[in-house]
Design a protein. Sequence first.
Length: 430
Amino acid sequence: MSNMGRVVIVGGGFAGVEAARRLRKRLATGWEIVLYSRENHLCFSPMLPEVVGSSVDAHHVVWSIREMALGVLCRTAPVTGFDFDAKQVVHVDHLGNETRESYDHLVIAAGLPVRLEIIPGMGEFGWPIKTLGDAAALRNHLIAQLERAEVTEDPEERKALLSVAVVGGGFTGVEVAGAILDLFRDSARFYSRIGERDAQVHLIEGGPRILGPLSESLAKFAEAKMRRRGMQVRVGVSVEGVEVDGVRLGGDEKIVAGTVISAVGNGTHPFIAHSGLPMERGRLVVTGAMNFEERPEVWAIGDCAAVPNAHDGSISPTLAQFATRQARQVAGNIVSVIEGRPTQPFAYTPQGMFCLIGHRNAVGQIYSLRVSGFVAWMMWHAIYWAKMPTVARKVQIAGDWAWNLFFPRDIVELSSDQTRDIEAKHGKPL
Ligand SMILES: Cc1cc2nc3c(=O)[nH]c(=O)nc-3n(C[C@H](O)[C@H](O)[C@H](O)COP(=O)(O)OP(=O)(O)OC[C@H]3O[C@@H](n4cnc5c(N)ncnc54)[C@H](O)[C@@H]3O)c2cc1C
């Protein structure tokens, strides 16, 4: 076994960070583990809808990668390409200078970017929900809409400002729609011109039902519960385009909405698409051991890779629980290769899934057990709390949740205006 070498990991999400931590524990200190990420934090995406609904603080759903992966060399810089023959990753900095880092093993764990252009107009007028920045900006925008609705004297304009269309009835769409309805309903009492029932949230799904991966009975329960609360759920309806004032559906129907949110459409990072590695449906095609036949020292895991699951022969879905398990296994396989042992194929039995639907309700499945309502909501919180990587964040998140039980959610609009912006908008002071 070689006592020296370098593993370079591209991506600081669930897959990349877990792989870095595992490799650091298992490889001799002569091995350098280098992690490149666009941000210096790991974002706990399952909690982004709660950030949008202002029931948890945005800072509490991210962790510093440096603190999580001690002993790993963290570089907050985007990788822009690969030179597989020279075994190097390439980074071009903001000044155009190129730097290269050599590797003995390379792990690609860069996730999947959102592709807004999948629906005409979504890129221009829609709001994505993928990153911490997306969630924080959307939360701020929704609070600004409440403020505008309070100021306007035109009831039609108020209606439009308080109308939100969420495109995509999967887990993300359902959770975001539920969180927004909660935010608007709970906050209405602080506004004199806004009634609790004035906000309209439309959830639009192109398939025959929402929450496709869950059982039909749970999906029906979720839909009925959300409808009873006043959510407008449309299934089997495709969105033809997004405009400045709403979404256009087939047959010339239009839903007027001041905010349109995209919970559909994954794309591929250009640096991966141009890498020459085999791809299918926007994901890297890897072996069961998660590397490439032509380049066994290159591995790919997480959302960006179509990893076959030896448990049932299916391709792994784009879920954090799969990304994390793949990371553990890829670390084991890299160590095996270094130590001259055979690799193992990825095999994982999914444990279950939960989805928040708003108003302290959720639906979920653990193995064959189906749960719904408040019990499911409690289980969702217990499971995700247990998964939080640091004690500090566990305390902060528990504090946020406890706060929500006794106090109203935070409707402070975090203004990003600096003096310069205020002067540009309102004129220089005299
Ligand atoms: C709103 C939302 C809710 C979700 N809810 C759930 C849920 O409840 N349960 C569940 O299991 N899954 C959920 N998911 C899916 C889950 O978040 C993903 O499956 C998971 O994040 C995949 O992990 P990953 O490491 O492959 O990719 P990501 O977490 O997306 O991380 C990719 C990383 O690569 C970095 N990167 C990208 N390009 C470059 C580059 N050029 N150079 C360097 N770094 C780069 C990014 O900055 C990022 O750090 C949700 C996702 C979203 C968006």
